[in-house]
Design a protein. Structure first.
Length: 135
C-alpha cells in the first residue's frame, strides 16, 4: 500500500514539474530549444557582431515582417472566433416502446427501440454551410 502511495505521489509531482518547465518558455516566437538560438549561442564574437550589424541594416524589413506576422495572427484569431460563433451543435433522441401481441399463441412481446442523432453545423461564409451528423 505504501509503494502505491509513493508511486501516485511521485507521478503527481513529476507531472506538475513538467508543467512548470513548459511554462518557462512563455510566448516567444522561437522556443528555447530551437536550432536558431543554439547556433547564436555557439557563434563567435565576430559572428555575433555581423549578426548585430545585419539586424541594424535590415531593421525596417524585419519590423515589416513582424507587423505582417502580427496582422496575420490577428486575422487568424478573428477567423477562429468567427468559426466558434458560427458553430452550432444539435441533437435528438427517440425512444419507442413496442408491444406486439401474437393472437395465435396468446403471448406478448415487448421491444424497446432507441435512436440518437447528433449534428454539427458550421457556416463558413454566406454561401457555404458544412453539416456533419451521427445517427
Amino acid at each position: 500500500m505504501k509503494s502505491l502511495f509513493i508511486m501516485v505521489t511521485l507521478t503527481l509531482v513529476l507531472s506538475m514539474a513538467t508543467t512548470v518547465f513548459a511554462a518557462e518558455q512563455g510566448f516567444d516566437k522561437v522556443g528555447a530549444q530551437h536550432w536558431a538560438i543554439q547556433k547564436y549561442e555557439t557563434a563567435s564574437d565576430e559572428n555575433k557582431a555581423i549578426i548585430d550589424k545585419l539586424s541594424i541594416e535590415f531593421a525596417s524589413e524585419l519590423n515589416t515582417l513582424g507587423a505582417r506576422a502580427d496582422k496575420s495572427e490577428k486575422k487568424r484569431d478573428k477567423a477562429k472566433a468567427a468559426a466558434r460563433d458560427n458553430l452550432t451543435f444539435s441533437g435528438s433522441t427517440k425512444t419507442e416502446w413496442i408491444t406486439e401481441r401474437d393472437d395465435n399463441k396468446g403471448t406478448r412481446a415487448t421491444k424497446f427501440k432507441s435512436e440518437v442523432k447528433l449534428n454539427a453545423l458550421i457556416e463558413a461564409d454566406e454561401r457555404t454551410k458544412i453539416m456533419a451528423g451521427i445517427n
